[in-house]
Design a protein around this ligand. Sequence first.
Ligand code: B12
Ligand code: SF4
Length: 432
Amino acid sequence: MKVRFVYPRFERHAESHPELREHVPCEEYLGPPSLGIAYLAASTPPDWEVEMRDDRLQDVGLDDVDDVDLVAISTFTASAKRALALADAFRAVGKKVVLGGIFPTMLPDVAARHADSVVVGEGEGVWPSILRDVKAGNLQPRYRASAPVDPASLPLPRTDLYVDGAGDRAPDDYPVQTSRGCQLSCFACAIPASMGPMLRPLPLDHILGQIDQLAARGRLASFTEDTSFFLHSMARARFAELLDALAEREVPARISYIGISMPMILATPDHLFERMRKAGVKMFYLVGGFDPITRKAFTGREPKALERAFNSIRRAFDQGIEPYTSFLVGHDEDDEGTFDRMIEFADRAGIRKAEFAILTPYPGTPVWHALEAEGRLLHHDWSKYNDANVVFQPKQMSPDRLQEGYLHLWREFYRPRQSLRGLDREERTIQF
Ligand code: B12
Ligand code: SF4
């Protein structure tokens, strides 16, 4: 028996807006596939053969399916339109299709119109029964993870299945997961609803195993967590343990960045920065727009938040870690002056590398529920739910103005500046 995993393509910033390529002076970022397929492949019983097709880099093989018994498509919202179309196409050539990932987890009824089976939540627990049912000709329309996966039970993800690239397009870094779930509920985040409301750390050996298997293939690692490393003392202690273990490696780990937020930079003790440096961390992916500092700092009405934002950038530089800063626009607090305030801030703070994103109400997140209740969602074209397009009615400006403001931010930040100067090639790649 054979399962073909399919990772559908999605539009990135410069694919949604090709004019960005004229302004951003750096390499385009392809990004890796999520770890979903790699973990499911690792949980597949040995009587099944597995293969993977990365739709961004390969043909998904609609005319090459004779020996395939199940097509398993992994999708999050940005790729959902393509995933549903591919599911229809594989079914049209007579194949059974199962859909899993964040999008089917959040909107299973939408996914069910296009698939023989839909999986809600983490996949590892139900995957062996799905394969058994396919073998018995008894695939069920829906499977739901009944309990959170025990992190100690997870096999190392089969990242060997990833396609490393085609021509000059290759992922720049690969995700390494250090935990599942999160007990916070940031208004625009999908993790608590998709992976559960408790942080479940993965064992240290498992994390190091993931990093080592990437390193063995010369791949750069990035962590899938953003701020959850720093949530509480237990998470911090584990993070410190991980950093120390990395620092002790004979061959240093190659980490592209660590996700963090401005409040977390301010709250992180000096010793943890030192340990990050020793572990080889040179860059933060500084997530903006989810926390109280970045939501207030650019409104023009909160000087204290602006000052804290400056302090956090200064602290990152003082600690020797480059703050690759992600700015999110479109909050209810944002007005038409927000764009110029952000640019002025980035200039004055000396930020060299930044990305700009439009607030996007992903299904199942708190902001999705709020905007839906207020009747402010403009459409359900999932391919435009990618942080590069306005899909809701903003509060203090028109959708067109917000869209134009986002493009203005990219243009202005990169046009005349010193941005990206002095950064290595690896550090220059950017999500656009
Ligand atoms: C690596 C990553 C990327 C990669 C790869 C994309 C991807 N598909 O995830 C890159 C860098 C390309 C990327 C890009 C984006 N990302 Co991203 N990314 C991540 C990240 C950090 C890790 C993903 C991962 O490996 N997770 C671990 C795996 C194990 O989890 P999983 O994929 O959910 O899989 C499990 C289940 O869903 C299920 N499952 C999954 N697939 C299948 C298939 C089958 C058949 C079955 C049975 C089960 C199953 O089982 C799996 C194991 O339990 C997550 C955050 C996170 N912690 O997950 C964000 C995340 C997925 N990204 C997100 C977003 C919004 C984006 C962007 C749209 C915007 C942005 N600014 O980042 C862009 C893409 C568009 C653009 N304009 O560039 C959101 C998704 C929101 C949503 N509802 O879809 C997340 C959740 C971040 C967040 N905190 O909200 N991202
Ligand atoms: S953004 Fe990070 S800290 Fe906030 S809910 Fe999501 S995973 Fe948790």
